[in-house]
Design a protein around this ligand. Structure first.
Ligand SMILES: [Fe+2]
Ligand SMILES: [Fe+2]
Length: 184
């Protein structure tokens, strides 16, 4: 069997030199903050997709909090604890996303009136525990698929945002798995 030539090898074979002119250019426009002229992403599109993700995370915080506070019954305590933990983790995601939007010189959209229309996943106010778990599993699966599409779209154009979205998506996969375990 013929082995495929390794890309890593080919890149390593060429001596690497920093493009010093490009680097000096980057040092000039201080008003652009973290965005240098070499940034390859479509900044406005990335900010807009991040704002949709921000809305999704905030709606997820609200849904998990609603479930945490309204689920009752001693036997449901471990499930409530899981809801609370997820709520806190979704809030962490929202913070990370808002921070990235600002780094990209964008405006994080926290306007409550726009949250549910921007969010990919839905709010839920079910009163029985099974419906809560099911609604959360559904929302997590939606979030995973939305992140997957965003990561694909960004490709290699914005490695920092890509890296952030991959780490958040991995957490959503854990969340989906937690909810799926609870349903069994
Ligand atoms: Fe999240
Ligand atoms: Fe999640």
């Amino acid at each position: 069997m013929q082995s495929k030539p390794s890309t890593v090898r080919r890149i390593a074979d060429k001596p690497f030199h920093i493009d010093r002119e490009q680097v000096r250019e980057a040092a000039k426009k201080l008003s652009d903050g973290a965005v240098t002229q070499g940034y390859k992403g479509n900044r406005e599109e990335v900010v807009s997709m991040l704002n949709d993700a921000l809305a999704t995370e905030l709606v997820c915080v609200l849904r998990y909090k609603r479930h945490y506070f309204t689920a009752s019954g001693l036997e449901n305590e471990p499930i409530k604890a899981e809801f609370l933990q997820h709520a806190m983790e979704e809030e962490g995601h929202a913070n990370q996303i808002a921070e990235r939007i600002v780094q990209l010189n964008g405006e994080p959209d926290f306007n409550p009136r726009r949250l549910s229309e921007r969010s990919h996943a839905d709010y839920d106010d079910s009163s029985d525990i099974k419906s809560m778990i099911r609604a959360n599993l559904l929302a997590e699966r939606i979030a995973i698929e939305a992140y997957r599409q965003m990561i694909e779209r960004i490709g290699d154009d914005d490695p920092t945002t890509r890296h952030l979205l991959i780490s958040i998506m991995a957490k959503e996969e854990e969340h989906a798995n937690d909810m799926s375990d609870l349903l069994d």
